[in-house]
Design a protein around this ligand. Sequence first.
Ligand SMILES: Nc1ccn([C@@H]2O[C@H](COP(=O)(O)OP(=O)(O)OP(=O)(O)O)[C@@H](O)[C@H]2O)c(=O)n1
Ligand SMILES: C[C@](O)(CO)[C@H](O)COP(=O)(O)O
Length: 230
Amino acid sequence: MTDKLVALVPAAGIGRRMGADKPKQYLPLTEHCILGETLARLLAHPAISEVVVALAAEDPYFDDLAQASHPKLRTVIGGDERADSVLACLAAVNPDIAPWVLVHDAARPLITAGDIDAVVKAARAGQGAILAAPLVDTIKWSQDGKRIEETVPRQHLWRALTPQCFPTGALRLALSEALAEGASITDEASAMERLGWPVTLVKGRNDNIKITEPADLPLARWLLSQQESC
Ligand SMILES: Nc1ccn([C@@H]2O[C@H](COP(=O)(O)OP(=O)(O)OP(=O)(O)O)[C@@H](O)[C@H]2O)c(=O)n1
Ligand SMILES: C[C@](O)(CO)[C@H](O)COP(=O)(O)O
């Protein structure tokens, strides 16, 4: 891997669905909180030269993290939506120096070096790639969330995960345009898809969960113990 690769970490969310007394990324997980564990893994990866983290304005927690003063780490102020936070990170990256970025949710602390390598390799072999997981359940469509309208074929459906790896300049353009046009953008690939950009799917590990609700915390701790015994 030759070109400089910068990791962008949106970490400015409030964790509404977690319903804790602080944003979920600061809840304890290992010896680190969720964000600390995510950053420790990204900072330890040899292909990642820098990590840019988007934080909420006046975040009172970040400075207490062990990783806060790491020389490879920079912080920016995030925005109202995840895409605004990613765009704020992108504004801090020079595409001439770092032509590729790797966007990874703070809330996915179980990311492994192997999955990072796989998505970066696929991205560079094409024009961008994301980790994803094929759906394994039978899928129902319901308008009102009560009565089933139909069963949807699942064979072409995937769940988008992170990291997602794209050329820096193209991603900045795609996100800026999408937000300017009021599109709902919940991951980087969806901004690139709007421009007809080819995005490669890379099957990721099942343990790369996004910690979203209270039950995800004990699950994440158990998955972590299984990674440690691998
Ligand atoms: N304005 C926002 C919203 C989200 N995020 C980040 O985007 C990632 C994925 O978002 P999600 O898991 O949905 O986190 P929250 O938005 O905090 O959760 P909720 O939707 O339950 O409030 C998280 O690392 C979160 O901190 C962000 O940087 N800026
Ligand atoms: C990017 C993402 O992690 C893909 O699964 C996810 O879309 C971000 O979380 P959100 O709940 O959609 O903001």
